[in-house]
Design a protein around this ligand. Sequence first.
Ligand code: GDP
Length: 453
Amino acid sequence: MANALTDKLSRIVKEMRGQARITEGNVADMLREVRMALLEADVALPVVRDFIARVKDKALGQAVVGSLTPGQALVGVVNRELAATMGEVDESGALKGPADINLAAQPPAVILMAGLQGAGKTTTTAKLARHLITKRKKKVLTVSGDVYRPAAIEQLKTVTAQAGAEWFPSTPDQKPSDIARAALDYAKKHYFDVLLVDTAGRLAIDEALMKEIQDLHAILDPVETLFVVDAMQGQDAVNTAKAFKEALPLTGIVLTKMDGDSRGGAALSVRAVTGAPIKFAGVSEKIDGLEVFDAERHAGRVLGMGDIVALVEQVTANVDIEAAQKLAAKVKSGASFDLNDFLAQLQQMNQMGGLASLMDKLPGQLAAKAGQVDTAKVEKDMRRKQGIIHSMTPRERAKPELIKATRKRRIALGAGVQVQDVNRLLKEFEQMQDMMKKMKGGGLMKMMKRMGG
Ligand code: GDP
């Protein structure tokens, strides 16, 4: 589905080519697709409406800069606005970096965890403990106020041990408020920096339990009250978030199970409904599966475009368009593709920021495939190839068929490689030459066009 959307958007981007500004007319189709994408990603309808209105407002009449097309410019606006909606912006409207936990309190800084049962509260409590120990060098105590499920208390004990934090015992016959007071007291006496309080799970919003967590909040006076929510919950997340926001002064959100196949639209809705910043994303069941939430990166996921936007921008910014066009024209005209052209292609790959940086920006499935590639090795290999071509004479580069045994030995010596490396390069060049003949339109230009040029 994500791919279908990318295709749709890039088709529209293409249709918008050649138009100088973003107008009501050329923007309508594209915004319709964006709206569908957001709804498919489970963003709540009022949030979608509001979002589309803001994008329209920002995009309309915007002059299109440089080599960007209106389509590309609009993708840029959508992406930036998505990131701004999910992240935090400063007074000038610029996106602030990801927010970490606030610990600005007289120690122990108390962090209260709230959310439905199964949302991932206990797991996240341990992950946070781990984060605070490894990244912030804090001494961390955890305690469970879930007196309704003895298994939950045991679970916290187990995962706290995995995190390398200390666990404060509690039992089902205690009152949660007594547990809270005792844990706070213990944390103070033993100089803990942070006390993490896991609370009773709720299967659904339940008044008695809401009252209980409000009491805990009053006793503990936490510096952070984190609402933990399952990203797979989709639309339901909105109602849950509303209820928790009404009951508690939330200071942050943790979105769990972001490794699932949800498109992560809950991030937008929950952020909009609570007004609280999304601080962390849970990305696996493991103890280290917690990431500081990065709105910019998440925006691409919601639109199902990976970082294709950044890729488009990077490509348009860095590629020597003229050289690419020249090459394309040459191939189209039927002129032969020689080693000079091959070298130019290798160099263009470098200019785009290297293979690793390009691969980082590929959307979903492609990225998974790319992840299996050892980019360092590939880049080293590309440098070696360039070295080999550089040690050829101009005549050899223009007429590769001249390169026989003696020349190969000389070239290998000059580039500091083996003769078989030269052979391999020539073989690869021949394959590329074949491919170029078939593609006619020219490799790189075609690729760039497909990405919305
Ligand atoms: P609680 O009832 O809110 O305390 O939820 P738990 O911490 O017990 O988590 C419920 C289930 O979700 C457990 O099986 C966890 O392993 C799983 N879980 C929690 N966070 C994540 C996450 O970020 N990714 C994945 N894949 N699973 C998670």
